[in-house]
Design a protein around this ligand. Structure first.
Ligand code: NAD
Ligand code: MG
Length: 388
């Protein structure tokens, strides 16, 4: 069997490293063509030594010499740097699939190029669909490119849909751990810190998405992601707080049947399923023990205490460039909160005000989305400065 050649965008991150674990278990099927990272040259070089890709790309150009030096004795591995190199490398002929596992808006342009080059997309970078869902779906259709979800909830929905048409969906059941502040009062939320938020109760993930999980913006993004992936309206997507993170999400069908997918909280199964679909491969790891599971609970989310979820519903209902503005403002406040430059409730407040101030565009082109991103970032930064 010809080995599938994989390009991993963001190989040093939480998803990227777990994807390499999957590849380690299936060397007979998968080969790494390219690994990329933002700044972590040491880990990238170590990964390159192990997987011997044809190329590595470091996004931060100031780290190029350091990476080159680390790989001086590996002349077969080509070393590139910069955002343009990232956008270029995904189009390389031998690549069969691209795992989009970079964080944030930076993942958009490489993913667009990969689609245009007809590479199968395994999508972890949900921000891409939040910012440009319509454009990405149109491009994927036009180029006959499959987009396979890596996000655990969307993988669960996708797995629940095997054998059923999207048109048979009555409702999507999108589960959410509720984050570390599920029981906190508004008064307590005023004083929580990034360090508190980074103690996620059930999943271990990168810092940015962990903060998004604490505000429930991550779930808001996942509502938008599900709308685009499964062609449903946001009003058909119900969020259920499920603190045990065992039911990964599912579908209620038009005949009233419900299918959900269960498992231990581990990102490797959904990553592997995206790689191998329609096949299901073996994977070593922890197994779900339902006898040990005392209870499975489900609650309605509280959008008063966690307004980011409501803002995401509002953004997708308004449509056009609003989800792009939502994402841009969120990236600004998320970073500010991580650096102790704003309080937890300031994040939602700033995003709401940014959306109100951003010029609306009902049918944005890619250029217009890039402009919206810049405009909304500027507005959010200004607003944050004003709250200090
Ligand atoms: P992370 O911060 O752990 O890793 C991000 C990776 O992207 C790193 O390799 C980093 O070097 C690279 N990167 C960051 N900024 C970059 C830039 N500007 N240019 C080039 N490369 C850059 O993040 P993560 O938790 O692995 O999440 C990655 C994506 O997957 C996010 O979009 C997140 O929402 C999504 N996701 C993550 C999880 C999870 O369990 N971690 C689950 C579902 C979805
Ligand atoms: Mg998720």
């Amino acid at each position: 069997m010809k080995k599938q050649q994989i390009c991993i965008l963001g190989s040093t991150g939480s998803i990227g490293t777990q994807a390499l674990d999957v590849v380690r278990q299936h060397r007979d099927r998968y080969e790494i063509y390219c690994l990329t990272a933002h700044r972590q040259v040491e880990l990238l070089a170590q990964q390159a030594r192990e997987f011997q890709p044809a190329a590595v790309v470091i996004a931060d150009e100031t780290r190029y010499e350091a990476l080159k030096a680390l790989l001086a004795d590996a002349p077969d591995i080509k070393v590139y740097a910069g955002a343009a190199a990232l956008e270029q490398i995904v189009t390389a002929d031998p690549i069969d699939m691209v795992l989009a596992a970079m964080v944030g808006f930076a993942g958009l342009l490489p993913t667009i190029n990969a689609i245009k080059a007809r590479k199968k997309i395994c999508l972890a970078n949900k921000e891409t669909l939040v910012v440009a869902g319509q454009l990405i779906c149109d491009l994927a259709r036009q180029h006959h490119v499959p987009i396979l979800p890596v996000d655990s909830e969307h993988s669960a929905i996708f797995q629940s849909l095997v054998g059923d048409a999207d048109a048979s969906i009555e409702k999507i059941l999108l589960t959410c751990s509720g984050g570390p502040f599920r029981h906190f009062t508004p008064g307590q939320l005023q004083h929580v810190t990034a360090a508190d938020a980074l103690k996620h109760p059930t999943w271990s993930m990168g810092d940015k998405i962990t903060i998004d999980s604490a505000t429930l913006m991550n779930k808001g993004f996942e509502v938008i992601e599900a709308k685009w992936l499964f062609g449903v309206e946001a009003s058909q997507i119900e969020v259920l707080i499920h603190p045990q993170s065992i039911v990964h999400s599912g579908v209620q069908f038009v005949d009233g049947s419900v299918k959900v997918q269960l498992g231990v909280p581990d990102m490797r199964p959904p990553i592997q399923y995206a790689f191998s679909f329609p096949e299901r491969l073996s994977l070593k790891g922890e197994r779900l023990d339902l006898f040990a599971q005392q209870k499975l609970e489900f609650f309605k989310p509280d959008m008063q205490r966690f307004p980011c979820l409501g803002l995401a519903y509002e953004a997708i209902q308004r449509g056009g460039n609003m989800p792009c503005a939502l994402n841009a403002a969120n990236e600004v406040v998320n970073e500010a909160f991580r650096n102790n430059r704003c309080a937890f409730p300031d994040m939602a407040r700033t995003i709401e005000a940014t959306m109100a101030k951003t010029a609306f565009d009902a049918l944005p082109s890619l250029e217009a989305l890039l402009q919206t991103d810049a405009e909304a970032r500027g507005i959010a930064r200004g607003l944050l400065g004003a709250t200090k």
